[in-house]
Design a protein around this ligand. Structure first.
Ligand code: PDD
Length: 278
């Protein structure tokens, strides 16, 4: 396969790994995951708007402009012959002797790869829904930054998997925030509700597109935090992410348990989201 290193597409296996890269030492870096449909990156501009925002929030310097990122992403897709799949692009602050203090405007290190995925497993989750596990959100207070620091997220995901669940639903003192790698929506009496885009969640690109679709369909929207009780009492629950699109939740496990049916609002949003992809 071919991978991205700085501004070069090179054969995998030939990227030098520097142990003093701050990405390794401190998780000091950011990333984006972009889906590829029909050999084209989906919502590239939105993802790279967020990439720039994450970089700015951490005072990370971009080594080149966004059109160059776009060009390199297209090259990665082409070189690896990806029809349907994903592109992962990461940028660390770069290499320096280990010191918590960072210098501004270091030479960032960009790496990336593209992988094909089979759409069958996603289709399965879309058709049958997934099980989720309710767990405490133990992450830091800048979840709006798509940083490489994902320990809270991976611990939540592991816990969910231990209970035979595909995703975790996290809460802060009873307030539902988001999944371990997705945003969470509920539907109650026809109204769509999700946590507002604050420092407590990653403002998902899929989340934003789904809210736009809901607006177009004139579905009432509430961007307000909701409680575990609201989650338990919801008519429908679904999650959104680049890799899961709109995926229905049919079961909540954890301190309290609940079952859900795949409802009409979820199905409608799922259908219209898919239409955006074509
Ligand atoms: N995760 N919240 C978190 C914590 C996430 O990690 C993600 C995405 C989302 C959804 O964002 P988007 O719709 O832009 O993909 C929400 C990616 C897919 C990942 O880390 O693999």
């Amino acid at each position: 396969s071919y991978v991205l290193y700085h501004d070069q597409i090179i054969k995998n296996g030939s990227i030098p790994v520097d142990p003093e890269d701050r990405g390794y030492l401190f998780g000091d870096g950011i990333y984006e995951v972009v889906f590829v449909y029909d050999s084209k990156p989906f919502a590239f501009d939105e993802h790279f708007d967020r990439f720039v925002q994450s970089a700015n929030k951490l005072e990370l310097a971009l080594p080149y402009d966004i059109p160059t990122f776009k060009h390199l992403t297209d090259e990665l897709i082409k070189k690896n012959n990806v029809q349907n799949g994903m592109v992962y692009i990461q940028m660390t602050r770069g290499v320096a002797p280990r010191n918590h203090l960072y210098e501004r405007n270091m030479q960032s290190v960009v790496t990336g790869y593209a992988k094909s995925v089979t759409l069958e497993s996603i289709a399965q989750s879309h058709a049958n829904g997934i099980q989720t596990y309710l767990t405490e959100d133990i992450r830091w207070l800048r979840c709006d930054i798509k940083s490489l620091n994902l320990l809270g997220n991976v611990m939540a995901k592991r816990k969910a998997a231990d209970y035979d669940c595909q995703e975790a639903i996290q809460h802060r003192e009873g307030m539902v925030t988001e999944g371990s790698s997705s945003n969470v929506f509920i539907v109650k009496n026809g109204t769509l509700q999700t946590h507002p885009a604050s420092n407590l969640i990653l403002n998902g690109i899929t989340r934003q597109i789904v809210l736009q679709v809901a607006k177009e369909l004139q579905i009432p929207i509430l961007e307000e935090a909701f409680l575990i009780d609201d989650l338990l009492g919801a008519d429908e629950v679904f999650i959104t992410s680049t890799t899961m699109e709109v995926t229905p939740v049919v079961k909540l496990k954890g301190q309290q348990e609940q079952s859900y049916k795949i409802g009409p609002v979820t199905s409608e949003l799922q259908k219209h989201f898919k239409a955006k992809i074509q």
